[in-house]
Design a protein around this ligand. Sequence first.
Ligand SMILES: Cc1ncc(COP(=O)(O)O)c(C=O)c1O
Length: 384
Amino acid sequence: MTFDLQKIVRPKIYNLKPYRCARDDFTEGILLDANENAWGPTQSDLSDSSLNRYPDPHQIEFKTALANYRNKSSTFKNYNHLPNLTADNICLGVGSDESIDAIIRATCAPGKEKILVMPPTYSMYSVCANINDVEVVECPLIVDDNSFQIDQVKATEMLRNDPLVKLAFITSPGNPTGARIEIDRIEYLLQNWDNGLVVVDEAYIDFCGGSTALLVTKYPNLVTLQTLSKSFGLAGIRLGMTFANTDLARILNAMKAPYNISTITAEHGLKAVQDHNLELMEANVKKLNEEKTRLLKALTAMDYVDDQYVGGLDANFILIRINKGDNELAKKIYLSLATKSGVVIRFRGTELGCQGCLRVTVGTEKENDVLIQKFKETVDELTK
Ligand SMILES: Cc1ncc(COP(=O)(O)O)c(C=O)c1O
């Protein structure tokens, strides 16, 4: 493997000089350098706050705490010798959605280069590719055996045969499949393709563990995306994290809008990665996973719901199949639940390998009780 980042990143971006401001050098004193409003915010209830000031573009304290947590929580025993992650391995985005867009813009020349996605998967990769005039090629997940793993051999072959593909997106755990991708399969791709980056989207990783984030110090062609939107319960603040080898992380940081992470987001993010809140996150994940088992048991015990869930149980949702793949009934259940019972789940029956499937996010105990009851009533009504 002869990985050369310069060949992967678009030349203008590889050579980009980041935006610099006086605040990079001086942060204290009478600050009249950035055309802020020194008189403060106009709302009276914000008069004490620092919101009239631009936020810190670097967020080193948050990144360091996050890196420390990922170093500690690694579950790959055979990688204990790897160097620790530091703040220099991280770039922050306005949710993973911004990180997805950034990595596409950094690597793919519009109208020319391509990304590879593995359906059924998260649709934003294709949406961002389309917005950037980047073509999308597909290597489906293995759906016949219900495992929804990646076909790493076929994907590698496709990638090696098409030098215009610059990124391969893997969702682990998958959405809508809920299945974590086996690490050996991801490493196969990392070890056998050096003409682009393998992007592992780990939005749901804390619900099962086994993050690849630490491996960015081993594989320069790996990018791991995470978010505070799921396990941390902070979708509203919009904070996504990209882990990469330091050279690539430097480029991504140079490329981002300098003030993309707001002061309010940064404050909440920093609290989330304090030790006691990390413990709380882990405890909440444990409870949620117990609820997931209860919900699954109740739903799969019902008539017209297949016994076996689809995909995996590694995220904060489950995918169930209605009546051996009955899209018509599944769609009716979805619509009736939303319009008559006020319970909104997601119809996924048109996704590859997901015929007749509904995706149900695990709610609170009370919400799940309502869902279970309404689901049963709805199925009874529609099938009587
Ligand atoms: C696989 C996957 N990646 C990324 C995201 C978006 O995350 P964020 O809220 O950080 O933009 C989602 C949201 O549903 C997701 O399912």
